[in-house]
Design a protein around this ligand. Structure first.
Ligand code: DLL
Length: 430
C-alpha cells in the first residue's frame, strides 16, 4: 500500500516544482531567523532571492556536524523556544551532543514520513509493532512510534535492551513487526536459542532495520534465522531522525521522502556535484523543517542516487544502501577499506558466525589490521588443523576482495561483544 499516493507518485517535474518552492521557503526562513546562516550568506554575498532554480542550491555553503556542536544547544533553531515542543540529541564519541528541536508541524511531518516508510516496507494497521530502539534523546524510538500509530499499527514501545522481555512479549503479544538495528535482531536470534523459545512460538513476519548499515549478506542471514522479510530504512538526527528514506518490497534502494528532503551526492573531497548513479557523499537539505532547518548538511554517508522508475509505483528518487561513512573508512597501508566490505566477505562463509570485530593498530610505521571472527559453534574447537585451514581461507577471501593482508583471529562462539543498539565493530588503536 502507498500511504500518500498524491505525494509519493508525483512525476519528476511536479516534485521539482514543490522542491523549489520549499527550498526558497527554507532558505528564507534560515536567513531571517538563524544568525549562523545569515553570516555565512552575507560573507559570500548570497541572498535568498538568488535561489531561483533548484540547481542554485549549489550556491549555498555546506553545513557540518561541527556547526551544530559550535552552536550548542539552540543556536541553529529558527523557531522561538515557545514553538519548540520536542528536543532530541545525538551524542558523538566526544564532547557535547548535537541538539535538534521540533515544532508541532515538524512532528506532524515526521510521523507522515514514517507512515510512508512503514507502508513501503509492507507494514500496516494489522501489525503488532515492537519498537526495540531506545526511547529518549535518540530519535529511533519516538521517531518510529508516532508514524506507526498513524498507520494504525499496535505499538509496543518496549525500547532497547532487556532481551528476555523482548522475546517474552514477542511471543505473548504476537508481535508481527520488529524494529531495531540489524545487529540487535541478530543478537536476539542467538539469545532466543538460550531461552528455549522456538520460532514456531512467534508470529514475526517483517522487520524494519536502520540506524546502522547492514550488508545484503547480513540481511540474508537475518531473514534466514527469523523467517521474516527484512527491510531497511535510513535517517539521521540532524535532519529529522529515521524517516528520510526507506525500502519498499522491490528491494532496489531506499525511497527518499523528496518533498521533505532534497538529496545531493557530492565528491566528499572537492564538494563538486556527482551525477545520478555516481557514488559520493550524501548531502541533505530539509525542505519543511521549521525548528532547525538544515541547508546542505554533509551526512558523511556514502551512497548514490537512482531515479529509475520503481515497480512499486512510487516515483521518488532512491538512495542506494549506505556503503559506509567517509569517517568510517579505514586506510590500511594506503588501501581504503570499509567495514561493510569486510562484513560482506565474512557473511558468506561457513563455520563462522555473524559477529566480528576489527582491530586496527600500528607496528612501527606499519598499519596492522586484525579481523576477529567467532566460530559458529564449538564443533571445530578441538580440531587444530581444521581451525588453521578455516583461518587461512578467511584470510585469503579477505585478501582477494580487499587487497589487504588482514590477520584473522578465530575466537570461541559467543565471546565477542553483542550490541543492543548500534554496533561498534571497529577499534582503531592508531
Ligand atoms: O540513527 C536515526 C535512525 C534511527 C535511522 C533509527 C533509522 C532508524 P543518528 O544516531 O543521528 O540517527 O545516526 C545517523 O546513522 O548518518 C548513518 O551513518 C547511520 N545510519 C542510519 N541509518 C542507516 C542505514 C539515527 N540504514 C547515522 N544504513 C547516519 C547505514 C545508517 N547507515
Amino acid at each position: 500500500m502507498i500511504w500518500n499516493t498524491e505525494m509519493e507518485r508525483l512525476g519528476r517535474g511536479e516534485v521539482e516544482k514543490i522542491q523549489l518552492e520549499r527550498l526558497k521557503w527554507v532558505v528564507n526562513r534560515a536567513y531571517d531567523n538563524v544568525p549562523f546562516y545569515r553570516e555565512k550568506f552575507d560573507k559570500i554575498g548570497l541572498l535568498p532571492s538568488h535561489i531561483k532554480r533548484l540547481e542554485d542550491i549549489s550556491l549555498i555553503p555546506f553545513t557540518y556536524k561541527d556547526d551544530l556542536r559550535d552552536n550548542y544547544p539552540y543556536g541553529l533553531f529558527a523557531s522561538p523556544m515557545k514553538e519548540i515542543v520536542r528536543l532530541h540529541a545525538s551524542s558523538g564519541t566526544t564532547g557535547k551532543p548535537i541538539v535538534v528541536g521540533y515544532t508541532r508541524a515538524d512532528l506532524e511531518n515526521w510521523s507522515e514520513c514514517i507512515a510512508r516508510l512503514i507502508c513501503m516496507a509492507g507494514g500496516g494497521s494489522d501489525d503488532i509493532a515492537q519498537i526495540a530502539f531506545g526511547y529518549g534523546l535518540f530519535t529511533g524510538g519516538f521517531g518510529l512510534h508516532y508514524g506507526l500509530e498513524k498507520v494504525g499499527a499496535t505499538v509496543v514501545p518496549i525500547s532497547s535492551g532487556n532481551s528476555e522481555m523482548q522475546l517474552m512479549l514477542m511471543k505473548d503479544f504476537g508481535t508481527t513487526l520488529f524494529i531495531s538495528t540489524p545487529s540487535y535482531i541478530l543478537y536476539l536470534s542467538e539469545y532466543m536459542q538460550e531461552t528455549g523459545l522456538k520460532m514456531s512460538d512467534i508470529r514475526l513476519r517483517l522487520g524494519m532495520f536502520g540506524g546502522e548499515g547492514h550488508t545484503p549478506e547480513m540481511r540474508a542471514e537475518i531473514e534466514r534465522r527469523w523467517g521474516i522479510v527484512a527491510t531497511e530504512n535510513y535517517g539521521l538526527t540532524e535532519v529529522m531522525g529515521p524517516g528520510v528514506s526507506g525500502e519498499c518490497t522491490e528491494f532496489c534502494g531506499m525511497h527518499i521522502n523528496e518533498d521533505h528532503f532534497y538529496p545531493e551526492v557530492i565528491d566528499g573531497e572537492t564538494g563538486a556535484p556527482k551525477a545520478i548513479g555516481e557514488q559520493g557523499e550524501l548531502v541533505l537539505t530539509t525542505l519543511t523543517k521549521e525548528g532547525i532547518p538544515m541547508l546542505r548538511y554533509r551526512t558523511k554517508d556514502i551512497t548514490f542516487l537512482d531515479d529509475r522508475p520503481c515497480r512499486c509505483g512510487r516515483a521518488s528518487m532512491r538512495m542506494n544502501k549506505v556503503l559506509g561513512r567517509t569517517d568510517d573508512m579505514l586506510i590500511i597501508r594506503g588501501v581504503n577499506v570499509f567495514p561493510s566490505q569486510i562484513e560482506s566477505v565474512l557473511m558468506g562463509l561457513s563455520h563462522i558466525g555473524p559477529h566480528y570485530q576489527i582491530v586496527v593498530s600500528k607496528k612501527g610505521f606499519m598499519d596492522m589490521i586484525e579481523v576477529q571472527v567467532e566460530l559458529a559453534d564449538g564443533t571445530l574447537l578441538e580440531n587444530y588443523r581444521a581451525l588453521e585451514e578455516l583461518e587461512k581461507s578467511v584470510h585469503d577471501k579477505l585478501k582477494s576482495t580487499l587487497r589487504i593482508d588482514a590477520a584473522v583471529k578465530l575466537v570461541e562462539p559467543r565471546t565477542l561483544t553483542r550490541f543492543t543498539g548500534k554496533a561498534k565493530r571497529v577499534q582503531d588503536l592508531r
